[in-house]
Design a protein. Structure first.
Length: 450
């Protein structure tokens, strides 16, 4: 009997269909010497919150590597291989000194770049220079930025400029660093940013109104690929208003979206910006951490949402640590993406038009990984020479009353107009860009009202 035929007992297919399939191996593997692992190692990646670094070293796992992060007593950060090059003791038990870190076992002292500063207790006959040169500790460059510690784990001759994004430098806003840990592969956590329709279901209709009430409204979805950015825009009708919400992925793993609570389409917003900016970092292939900032201010979520729970609620709609019974009744992103399994079977997915953003960005990632295998280095957002780097994630709500024609087509047209206004201004410095965009948005309202 073919699958299309229905027998006397109905068209039940549980026996015929497999439960599990294959993953997208090229993208889910991020360890050393894997194509995607090498690709991700070409970018600065956050590895910890600054607040997590104390006077003792901290064990961290990043891209499958076990590393030790420390701050020496002169305030410099180091990120080194876990095992000491002498006889393999773990540097997590080392001592942070004025200059560098001292291994607990035989007292070798290493600088933040892994060079050997002291090998105590040896005879004068030992060729100290030779031993020091041969027994360096593996180390990576580190820098701190606004409460997150970043490291570069790639080849040192390829270290890129550190990217500063426009939304992180705006006046009058507070950035609250946080981390959210997911027990699954990075790709399934990252996918959600280019899946704007899930907000209407997971975060509204299916669970409860985890963000603003207006998120449950279905809109028209637009997807754009622009340089290093992928944009998923949801255009919703709310009475006389049209609400444009832009989710953003900047390759390879930086994401932004609009306000979580204060945008609902009912009040005008002229060029609101991201309320959460995050990097989705593989710790290994089965564990991922979003290192992020919750952003509070006039152009994101207002300061009253800056509570101890605020960052987790912005991250995934619910607190991360809660009873199973509550997780079942009110699932958030963690339930959705961890429930796929530690590494999802992408080869068994059935993708539809609302998944277009995911299809596009995964395709590009595959291409970049393959190119790097052939020796073609990826382009960085800083290469354009515009600082800070312009981004698009955020909310805008305009008064654009319904007119009597095909509303879905009209919302798509308005969405394209809205995105083009941002694209036209992307080479301008922040102040000038805001002026240009707001002026164009008001002109669009006037044009429609006429
Ligand atoms: S094992 Fe580290 S100094 Fe000996
Ligand atoms: Fe979500």
């Amino acid at each position: 009997m073919s699958l299309s035929e229905t027998g006397p007992h109905g068209d039940y297919r549980g026996y015929r269909q497999p439960h599990r399939g294959a993953s997208d191996e090229l993208l889910v593997r991020t360890g050393r010497a894997t194509p995607c692992g090498e690709y991700l190692r070409r970018y600065w990646q956050p590895v910890a919150l600054t607040s997590e670094v104390e006077d003792v070293p901290r064990l961290v796992r990043v891209l499958g590597e076990d590393l030790v992060l420390f701050r020496d007593r002169s305030g410099r950060y180091g990120l080194v291989h876990r095992q000491c090059p002498h006889r393999r003791a773990s540097m997590e038990f080392g001592v942070c000194e004025e200059r560098g870190i001292r291994c607990c076992y035989h007292g070798w002292l290493f600088d933040v770049d892994g060079s050997v500063l002291e090998i105590p207790g040896q005879p004068a006959t030992m060729d100290a220079a030779l031993v020091r040169e041969k027994s360096r500790l593996g180390a990576y460059p580190v820098r701190e930025y606004r409460g997150l510690i970043f490291a570069y784990l790639g080849p040192i001759e390829q270290v890129p400029d550190f990217p500063i994004y426009d939304t992180l430098e705006l006046d009058g806003q507070e950035l609250v660093p946080y981390r959210a840990d997911y027990a699954c592969n990075w790709l399934q956590v990252l996918d959600a940013i280019l899946d704007p329709i899930h907000t209407s279901f997971l975060h509204s209709r299916v669970s409860r109104a985890q963000f603003s009430e207006g998120m449950g409204e279905l809109g028209e979805l637009l997807f754009h690929e622009r340089g290093q950015s992928f944009l998923g825009t949801n255009v919703r009708r709310v009475g006389d208003n049209v609400w444009f919400r832009v989710n953003e992925l900047v390759l390879p793993n930086y994401t932004q979206a609009g306000a979580a609570f204060s945008a609902d389409g009912t009040r005008p917003i002229y060029y609101g910006r991201t309320a959460f900016s995050r990097w989705v970092v593989p710790l290994d292939d089965e564990n991922t951490t979003a290192f992020a900032w919750a952003i509070f201010g006039e152009r994101a979520d207002p300061p009253e949402y800056n509570t101890p729970e605020g960052p987790e609620l912005i991250e995934q709609g619910e607190l991360m640590d809660r009873p199973y019974s509550e997780r079942q009744r009110f699932p958030g992103d963690a339930e959705a993406v961890e429930g796929m399994g530690r590494i999802a079977d992408q080869k068994m997915e059935h993708l539809v038009p609302s998944d277009s953003g995911i299809i596009q960005y995964r395709k590009r990632l595959r291409k970049l990984c393959r190119q790097l295998e052939q020796g073609i280095e990826p382009t960085h957002v800083t290469a354009a020479g515009i600082a800070p780097v312009p981004t698009c994630g955020g909310d805008t709500v305009l008064c654009l009353p319904r007119i009597d024609d095909d509303e879905r087509t009209r919302l798509r047209e308005l969405g394209e107009r809205f995105m083009q206004i941002q694209f036209d201004a992307e080479d301008l410095a922040e102040d000038e860009r805001v002026r240009h965009v707001v002026r164009a948005l008001r002109a669009l309202e006037t044009e429609v009202a006429a």
